[in-house]
Design a protein around this ligand. Structure first.
Ligand code: SF4
Length: 368
């Protein structure tokens, strides 16, 4: 067992200020009123921390990495303060038989009460032999653990929908948890990786209200996946006005214009990335100049590729009679060119009036 309450090796203790700040952030993310924060805090500080079994299957451990990295310590540590992480192959001290004993002890002792977090897809081809832990297939382990869990949280796009393992031609017939489990509630927190606040919000909601949050028809909690990225992106005004980066490194790209034409999949992707953001410095891919790749959507490796080509069938709102992005780009360029021309003409006119146009002006020189 990983005793996060002691907080020795990993220094997991969260001070009260950071703790309250985290709860306030989660309340805001969940869209619940400030009046509910004490209830949230009460649930989060309960002496009886919910036991969690965290299973790793076919994946890169990026979701765990994202959660534990020091770049967002409050959220990661808060999660580890709230839950009792009884089995997690990446961070637990135990190994081999000891680790397996920990898994089985937790399952038996807390049957029907523990939360199961699954990270990674489950390969089902050839009786599941393409992913084995302690000699057992992921299919068998999930089949044993899932019915005993109170609820399952599929963390990341692989556990939710199969991820890159399920991309065509899906050689191992990888699947997400909800395709294999019935009878136990499953919630999906997709993303590659997802934002830790979405996991924290889901856990705190479960502890506070004794049920999982409301989801969309793809099993994603609405509080985190209820809006399209495109609808709350900081570059949206540029899209609406027809200002686009035409290629990486150009004027539009360097000046924060919309990334739709260089492949941004924000118009087809539901996630809280623009508001939740990542890391201490509050960034997310679009804020640092890379389009969204649609990683919270099912089968995004097949449906959102090529990543650097524009998403088809995106409705353009139309500005002054413009109905498609290409004519918008041309119109903006011609308007800009006209504006520059007028500006230059006014400047020359002023100088002619003063009678001081010199030949250096034609070379961009200045009058003295
Ligand atoms: S296309 Fe992408 S960069 Fe442009 S506004 Fe939408 S989400 Fe933002």
């Amino acid at each position: 067992m990983i005793d996060t309450a002691q907080g020795t090796d990993l220094d997991l203790q969260v001070n009260r200020r950071g703790f309250l700040k985290g709860c306030t952030m989660v309340a805001a993310a969940l869209g619940i009123s400030e009046a509910m924060i004490p209830k949230l805090v009460e649930a989060a500080t309960s002496a009886q921390r919910p036991p969690v079994i965290w299973l790793h299957f076919q994946e890169c451990t990026g979701c765990t990495e994202s959660l534990l990295r020091a770049s967002h310590p409050d959220i990661g540590r808060l999660i580890l303060e709230i839950i009792s992480l009884d089995y997690h192959e990446t961070v637990m001290a135990a190994a081999g038989h000891q680790a397996e004993k920990s898994l089985h002890d937790t399952m038996e002792k807390y049957a029907g009460k523990f939360l199961c977090v699954v990270e990674g897809a489950i390969p089902t081809k050839d009786k599941g032999i393409y992913c084995k832990i302690a000699g057992r297939t992921a299919v068998d382990i999930l089949a044993e653990v899932a019915p005993k869990a109170a609820a399952i949280i599929a963390i990341g796009s692989c556990a939710s929908y199969g991820g890159i393992q399920a991309a065509a031609p899906n050689p191992t017939d990888a699947k997400g948890v909800m395709d294999l489990v019935s009878g136990t509630p499953v919630i999906n927190i997709p993303g590659c990786p997802p934002n830790p606040i979405s996991l924290l919000g889901t856990i705190l909601h479960y502890l506070t209200f004794n049920r999982l949050p409301i989801t969309d028809n793809l099993g994603r909690p609405l509080f985190a996946y209820g809006r399209k990225i495109h609808d709350h992106c900081e570059r949206r005004a540029h899209f609406d006005e027809g200002r686009f980066a035409e290629q990486f490194g150009d004027f539009g790209h360097r000046n924060g214009y919309c990334l739709y034409k260089v492949g941004c999949k924000g118009p087809g992707t539901f996630s809280n990335c623009p508001s939740a953001r990542f890391n201490d410095v509050d960034v997310w891919p679009v804020s640092v100049g890379h389009g969204c790749v649609g990683c919270t959507e099912p089968n995004f490796w097949d449906t959102m590729t090529p990543f650097y080509e524009r998403l088809p069938n995106v409705q353009f709102p139309g500005t002054a009679g413009i109905t498609d992005v290409d004519s918008a780009g041309k119109k903006i360029l011609s308007v800009a060119a006209a504006a520059i021309g007028i500006h230059a003409a006014i400047g020359i006119g002023k100088k002619l009036v003063k009678g001081c146009v010199c030949k250096d002006d034609k070379k961009g020189g200045t009058n003295s």
